[in-house]
Design a protein around this ligand. Structure first.
Ligand SMILES: NC(=O)c1ccc[n+]([C@@H]2O[C@H](COP(=O)([O-])OP(=O)(O)OC[C@H]3O[C@@H](n4cnc5c(N)ncnc54)[C@H](OP(=O)(O)O)[C@@H]3O)[C@@H](O)[C@H]2O)c1
Length: 304
């Protein structure tokens, strides 16, 4: 019998890609905060503040994949925005778990998997980022119970031709110029295909770790990323590494996301997963080789 997967925040970058893999093998449901998206049989409206969520779908689910989260970098960090970023992750996870506890207390002994994708830990002095990342991780690990297997997938940049970092870089470029920050800054990344395969392998129990660092083993810096990007494009581009101050002026506090040092990651070698895209050059060639977001959506100068 087909198992049921619930994607919370499943209409975003990772969720859309994952949907294309999951819908063949599982009954798939999505929780969305957009009422207008809930006009099919599989998408259901939920609201964290009003505690609205479809408990019968939650009850039916064998695997809950939590991808919801207010975008971290798109809008300025006003105190309202910080609260949205925080609540859409931490309060949202807590709401789901509260409801799952009620389901379990009513004699449902099904053991479920709860999987979430979170950002890497960092050594930043920015209090908001520090508490977001630590509370996010703590919330996830605290919800483990005899009814809930919990998996936390930690990622750096997810490379996709449908949005995310690549889209941002192309949108902010003009003429043949691309702008980067700190040449030697470590560049932790994963191809979206590999990330989806990791999530699928977790729900199929082919990966067992409760915290999984979904980062390719190849060591890279921003400079390596820029070089690989140029190699993937047939036209000549110019890459500028601007001083941090530019990013601080344009992004304000949000610049911390790009500029902060990461906590050293030791788990690279121990990962039991075979990456389909282990190197930046291969990944970027794959993502930029055909009509993807870059040419279609952005309507930019790339590869004309
Ligand atoms: N992409 C990356 O490079 C990356 C890197 C590190 C960590 N992550 C984390 O992985 C998770 C998924 O990433 P993604 O790239 O797929 O994100 P995304 O494209 O921004 O999508 C996130 C989804 O969350 C829902 N959402 C947005 N604002 C919300 C709010 N205020 N309250 C509740 N739900 C809200 C939206 O779905 P609806 O509009 O349908 O509700 C949206 O589709 C996020 O937590 C993100 O921070 C991503």
């Amino acid at each position: 019998m087909k198992e049921t997967v619930l994607l919370i925040g499943g209409r975003g970058l990772i969720g859309k890609e994952l949907t294309s893999f999951l819908e063949k093998q599982y009954h798939l449901f999505i929780f969305s905060t957009q009422k207008s998206a809930c006009d099919d049989q599989k998408t259901f409206y939920w609201n964290i503040d009003k505690k609205i969520l479809n408990t019968s779908i939650l009850k039916r689910s064998n695997h809950i994949i939590y991808l919801a989260g207010e975008h971290i970098i798109k809008k300025r960090w006003s105190s309202y925005q910080k609260e949205e970023i925080f609540n859409s992750r931490i309060k949202g996870i807590k709401l789901c778990v509260q409801q799952l506890k009620i389901i379990n207390d009513n004699d449902d002994s099904k053991k479920r998997n709860f999987i979430t994708v979170a950002a890497l830990p960092s050594n930043t002095s920015n209090q908001f980022i520090q508490s977001l990342i630590t509370d996010w991780e703590k919330t996830i690990l605290d919800i483990r119970s005899k009814y809930l297997n919990v998996f936390l997938i930690k990622v750096g940049f997810v490379l996709s031709n449908q949005g995310g970092l690549l889209a941002e870089i192309f949108q902010k470029s003009f003429w043949n110029l691309f702008f980067f920050w700190k040449k030697k800054h470590p560049f932790y990344w994963i191809h979206i295909y590999d990330l989806c395969q990791i999530i699928i392998q977790l729900i199929q129990k082919r990966i067992q770790s409760s915290i999984f660092y979904a980062i390719t083993p190849e060591k890279a810096t921003n400079l390596c990323f820029a070089k690989a990007l140029q190699a993937a494009l047939s036209k000549k581009y110019y890459f500028f590494f601007l001083p941090s101050i530019f990013f601080k002026i344009f992004l304000g506090q949000r610049a911390m996301i790009l500029l902060h040092p990461f906590t050293k990651i030791h788990l690279r070698k121990k990962q039991h997963f075979k990456f389909c895209y282990p190197a930046l050059k291969i990944a970027l060639k794959n993502l930029l080789s055909n009509d993807g977001m870059v040419r279609k959506k952005l309507n930019r100068t790339i590869e004309e």
